[in-house]
Design a protein around this ligand. Structure first.
Ligand SMILES: [Fe+2]
Length: 346
């Protein structure tokens, strides 16, 4: 811990110097105006708190801008922002998954993301609308117990998990935003009828747990053969003691399957922000080199998406995951909730 703090402080110092140079250069963009951003911002944070705290500490060290965090989950916070409307105290919204961002976007509450920020995130990691941007990414994965399932018994597609032979053999956390994002991708890729059908099979076949870690723990303990979760729960546990994952192997569906969905975590600036310059600077920072290095070197094990920073080298590279192409702006959380409720999963 100590080592990383020092390293970040070093990075922050170097960055201050770099910023000074950039501000004097001719290429400065809309955001800085007559001076650097300053003051305070409030971030509604649905990302993992530990990750955002690392970002905030590095950002404040570099800019002096104070950041207040309000913590909640994706849908809880997107609903709150929509309810608060123009009066929202939020300057920035960060999520784990895209559907909650799409909800706030559809309510017309996001400002355009500064071009300098857009430019440092490749198109596949942000919505086509540029009303928000990807800040990190996570892959869908089936973690399984090798003693229970051999390699040739693994499903070819996530859709196979709805077949009768998978009854009682897999787990998920249907109430979580992580899992609902996977369903939103299925809906976008295969349409409503296919999604309804799959959810029906899921209700028959799967065991519900609260939280991805709990589902993985159940596989590890031999309670259930497999679980459909995100990759970082496995790598995070492995990096600690491995006590909840040592009996577990991650399986990637690849082949552009809905089960190979890579979910984009989002960041956006609210139109109603009273300190838009600082809010935009924060978004630029976390998608910039230093912000993305927090993903590369920290303990979140989420994928880096911006500024050409590679992901943590323990991870299967994003380029090898053969994820399906999905425009995150099109993911529809309201419809997913409706379909999952109909199927008796919520
Ligand atoms: Fe998560």
């Amino acid at each position: 811990m100590k080592i990383r703090t020092n390293a970040l402080a070093g990075i922050a110092l170097a960055a201050t110097a770099a910023l000074g140079l950039a501000a004097c250069g001719s290429g400065s963009t809309s955001q800085a105006g007559s001076g650097a951003a300053s003051g305070e911002i409030t971030v509604y944070n649905a990302q993992h708190e530990s990750l955002t705290k690392e970002w905030v500490d590095a950002f404040t060290a570099e800019t002096g801008i104070k950041v207040t965090l309000r913590q909640g989950d994706d849908t809880e916070m997107s609903n709150q922002i929509v309810q608060e409307g123009q009066a929202s105290p939020a300057d920035v919204f960060l999520t784990e998954n895209s559907p909650a961002m799409a909800q706030v976007e559809n309510a017309g509450l996001f400002a355009d993301v500064d071009k300098a920020t857009v430019d440092q995130v490749p198109a596949e990691f942000r919505p086509s609308t540029n009303k928000w941007t990807g800040i990190a990414a996570r892959s869908t994965v089936l973690v399984y117990d090798k003693k229970k399932l051999s390699a040739d018994q693994l499903p070819k597609s996530m859709l196979d998990l709805a077949k009768p032979e998978w009854k009682g053999k897999w787990a998920a956390s249907p109430s979580g935003a992580d899992f609902q994002a996977i369903v939103s991708a299925l809906l976008e890729l295969k349409g409503e009828a296919a999604t309804q059908e799959w959810l029906k099979g899921m209700k028959e076949n799967s065991k519900a747990y609260k939280g991805n870690s709990t589902a993985m723990k159940a596989v590890n303990a031999g309670e259930v053969d497999s679980a459909l979760i995100y990759h970082y729960y496995y790598y995070g546990d492995q990096a600690k003691t491995g006590e909840n994952s040592n009996n577990v192997t991650p399986f990637y569906f690849k082949n552009h399957d809905p089960g190979a969905f890579v979910s984009i975590s989002g960041g956006g600036v609210l139109k109603s922000s009273k300190n838009a310059a600082a809010a935009q600077a924060f978004l630029k920072f976390i998608t910039g080199k230093k912000g993305q290095e927090v993903l590369q070197k920290g303990t979140s094990f989420e994928y880096a998406v911006g500024s050409g920073v590679p992901s943590n080298d323990k991870l299967v590279p994003l380029a090898e995951l053969q994820a399906p192409t999905v425009d995150p702006a099109k993911l529809n959380s309201a419809k997913v909730t409706e379909l999952m409720t109909q199927a008796g999963l919520l």
